[in-house]
Design a protein around this ligand. Structure first.
Ligand code: NAD
Length: 497
């Protein structure tokens, strides 16, 4: 953990060099059009710098470069053990530059510096090193062939990968894609969110320093409807991997259908239920976890525990514990190492969250904590962690992903009712269950339509386990060896002996 104070971070922020250009074939470059956009910090509204606003012309250059590099074999045909060593060096460079990357992430996106430093940067580095370490330990297959034939079942890199990522964990989501995509030998074009492009731009240079050949990893900052769309419609992009909203995920499937039927892998939104049964082993622990599940990262988490399902018999005992626990999550300056709730990513997102709070009131839910914008005097975009009680699953705040610190509390009377409410959602990303009854825990976990289920905890998991959604939360999986499927094609080769 850092010993740096808020004053130290402020000082470093003053001296920070901000690179906002695109990165193509190993060099920073302005957008072809010369266009840029302002990069504003949600911490206090300060202008961080100008960022290249790439469009279809830049996408064309980057795809051509990625294709040429892929075809040259300089990376795609390198021995797995050699790619492994580079990926491990790349991860080590992220660790070496951890404080700089954490500062960029916090200034750009508003999350607490302590989280950037302890979660985002190490998690990103681990994704690179874990995937790299795995790549020379995976074997292909020999089919059960007749005596005079040999059937080889092999995996090959797919070619040019476009990765489009969101703003809530900019570096981490980028590296969840980059780890397996690069380790398997592809050339990658990364398009970070226009709301938080800085760490993606910065690590492109670290990739070169690690030994990734120029052109294997290009970065195109810019808007979704310009450069993002151009990549998604490009005829020479083989695979599109995406993390972001369900709305845009659906659009990307259309783009793929309208162009070259590129593979599309989607990690989308969530509205995750956190189910607390009366026989939970520790109600205090469950309450503290429920508070963290909605306040961590300002609630801007795809797996935020945004629907708290509480068994009616313990509701009056449990809710005060959650309200009390949420008092420990207090918005403050993200550069202060003590802060655990930072700024929402921008004014648009803050207004979006505030409009959901209005919808909660309008639908008749009962506000029991928070509910307002705060720290206006800073010039930043902060909202109090908020709880609505008396929510029905039909209300807007229970159905739609808010992507902010707003918790909807829903009561239930039976296991069956809890499961029905939990599954009554277009999403299926994650769910949690709190009970001391082993059979109930397993049976409920099986009944839940979600890609991750946590028992007596919230948000468990690491690189060893796949992560992704059922239903409209997406397809495919990030993390673990399962992620490699997205970046490889399966080939059967039959040899007559
Ligand atoms: P978003 O869908 O608005 O944007 C995501 C990315 O898509 C951005 O880079 C954006 O520029 C780009 N984009 C937008 N329109 C595009 C278009 N027409 N063509 C191509 N690209 C386009 O999402 P967001 O607001 O950045 O992120 C929040 C969302 O991400 C939430 O829904 C959250 O649940 C989801 N998310 C999911 C996971 C997961 O693993 N399932 C993880 C983190 C975030």
């Amino acid at each position: 953990m850092t010993t740096l104070t808020r004053a130290d971070w402020e000082q470093r922020a003053q001296n920070l060099k901000i690179e906002g250009r695109a990165f193509i074939h190993g060099e920073y470059t302005a957008a072809v059009s010369g266009a840029t956009f302002d990069c504003i910090s949600p911490v206090d509204g300060r202008l961080l710098g100008q960022v290249a606003s790439c469009d279809a012309a830049d996408a064309e250059l980057a795809v051509q470069d990625a294709r040429a590099t892929f075809n040259s074999g300089v990376w795609s045909r390198l021995a797995p053990v050699a790619r492994k060593e580079v990926m491990i060096r790349f991860a080590a460079l992220l660790e070496k530059h951890a404080e700089e990357l954490a500062l960029l992430e916090t200034l750009d996106m508003g999350k607490p510096i302590s989280d950037s430093l302890s979660i985002d940067v190490p998690g990103a580095a681990r994704s690179l090193s874990w995937s790299g370490e795995a790549i020379d330990k995976i074997y292909d297959e020999v089919a059960a062939t007749p005596h005079n034939e040999l059937g080889l079942v092999t995996r090959e890199p797919i070619g040019v990968v476009a990765a489009i990522v969101p703003w809530n964990f900019p570096l981490l989501m980028s590296c969840w894609k980059l780890g397996p995509a690069l380790s398997t030998g592809n050339s990658v074009i990364l398009k970070p969110s226009e709301k938080s492009p800085l760490t993606a731009i910065r690590i492109a240079q670290l990739a070169i320093e690690a030994g990734i050949p120029a052109g294997v990893f290009n970065v195109l900052p810019g808007y979704g409807h310009t450069v993002g769309k151009a990549l998604a419609l490009h005829m020479d992009v083989d695979t599109l991997v995406f993390t972001g909203s369900t709305k845009i995920a659906k659009q990307l499937m259309v783009y793929a259908g309208e162009s070259n039927m590129k593979r599309v892998w989607l990690e989308a939104g969530g509205k995750s239920p956190n189910i607390v049964f009366a026989d939970a082993p520790d109600l205090q622990a469950a309450a503290e976890s429920a508070a963290g599940a909605i306040a961590f990262n300002q609630g801007e988490v795809c797996t935020a525990g945004s629907r708290l399902l509480v068994e009616r018999s313990i509701h009056d005992q449990f809710l005060p514990l959650v309200i009390e626990a949420l008092k420990g999550w207090k918005p403050g300056n993200p550069l202060d190492p003590e802060t655990n709730v930072g700024a929402l990513v921008d004014t648009q997102q803050m207004n979006n969250v505030l409009s959901y709070i209005e919808a909660g009131h309008a639908d008749g839910a009962k506000l029991v904590a928070g509910g307002k914008r705060t720290l206006q005097e800073t010039g930043g975009t902060y909202v109090e962690p908020t709880i609505f009680d008396g929510v029905s699953n039909a209300m807007k705040i229970a159905r739609e992903e808010i992507f902010g610190p707003v918790l909807a509390v829903i009561t239930f009377d039976s296991v069956e009712e809890a499961v029905n409410i939990a599954n009554d959602s277009p999403y299926g990303l994650a769910a949690a269950v709190w009970t001391s009854n082993l059979s109930k825990a397993h049976l409920t976990a099986k009944a839940l339509r979600a890609g991750s289920v946590w028992i007596n905890q919230y948000d468990g998991g690491d690189m060893t386990a796949p992560f992704g959604g059922f239903k409209q939360s997406g397809n495919g999986r990030d993390k673990s060896l399962h992620a490699f499927d997205k970046y490889t094609e399966l080939k059967a080769t039959w040899i007559k002996l």
